[in-house]
Ligand binder design. Structure first.
Ligand code: PMP
Length: 278
């Protein structure tokens, strides 16, 4: 497999990064995951705009290839013969002395890689997920798509060990988001509810597209926080992300409670989203 690292396409086995890269020493880094469907990168401009937002907010210099990213992403898919799969982009500030605040490196480190993705073929897409509700122990700038993912890894590992498929987090205002997805609820009267974007959640590209599609299809979309009580009264819950697409939550566990949900509305939205993709 070929990856793009710091200006070159190279075999992944030959790709090397300095141990003094700030991505390694300080965990400083941001990323994007996009999908390609039939050779077309979905919501590409939205992902690149969010990449710029993350770089700016994190104070990381854009890589020199910033203006060529779209071409490079298509190139890496072609070089690896992938039409349907993911493209991963990571940027870190590069190699500097180990000072918290150092002069910028000569160049930020840029990695682009690609691989297969199951998308609508996944078991989760078809059958839904069992999800555990856990406190959000992350920092307070969740709008930055940082590679600093330890809280998500720890929570997801605990959930998987307890027999669940994934996690959704809550803070003082209610549900924030999934470990790597946004959360929607379908109310008893068929409206969609999801938390408004702020520093407390990632502005999901799939979330934003799905909201537009739902409105175009005559649905009511309300952006407000979702409380634990809302979860108890919800008709359906689902998750969105670039690689999940739209995944039904068929069971939710919080505290001592376990709630099961139907997924008729979610299945309809899956249909609408798949039509958008192809
Ligand atoms: N929230 C978090 C924390 C995520 O990691 C992701 C996945 N990128 C999302 C939401 C969904 O974002 P998107 O739809 O852009 O993939």
């Amino acid at each position: 497999k070929v990856v793009f690292l710091n200006g070159r396409f190279i075999n992944e086995d030959e790709a090397m990064i300095s141990p003094f890269d700030r991505g390694f020493t300080f965990g400083e880094g941001i990323y994007e995951v996009c999908i390609s469907v039939d050779g077309k990168i979905v919501d590409l401009e939205d992902h690149l705009a969010r990449l710029d937002h993350s770089l700016e907010a994190a104070g990381i210099n854009p890589p020199p290839e910033r203006s060529m990213l779209s071409g490079l992403m298509h190139d890496i898919l072609a070089r690896n013969s992938i039409e349907n799969g993911f493209v991963y982009i990571q940027v870190t500030p590069g190699k500097t002395p180990r000072n918290f605040v150092a002069l910028p490196a000569e160049r930020s480190t840029l990695l682009i890689s690609t691989g297969p993705a199951q998308l609508e073929g996944s078991k989760a897409f078809k059958n839904g997920m069992r999800v555990q509700v856990l406190p959000d122990i992350r920092w307070k700038r969740r709008d930055i798509k940082t590679t600093m993912l330890m809280p998500q890894v720890m929570a997801k590992r605990a959930a998987l060990n307890a027999g669940f498929d994934d996690v959704i987090f809550y803070d003082d205002l209610g549900i924030t988001e999934g470990s790597s997805s946004n959360v929607f609820m379908v109310t008893a009267d068929g409206a969609l509810v999801t938390r408004p974007v702020s520093h407390q959640i990632l502005s999901g590209c799939t979330r934003n597209t799905l909201i537009e599609l739902a409105i175009l299809n005559g649905m009511t979309v309300i952006e407000r926080p979702i409380s634990h009580d809302d979860l108890s009264n919800a008709k359906e819950i689902f998750l969105t992300s670039s690689t999940y697409l739209v995944v039904p939550v068929v069971e939710l566990e919080f505290g001592e409670k376990a709630i099961t949900y139907s997924c008729n509305e979610t299945k309809k939205l899956q249909g609408i989203y798949i039509k958008y993709l192809h």
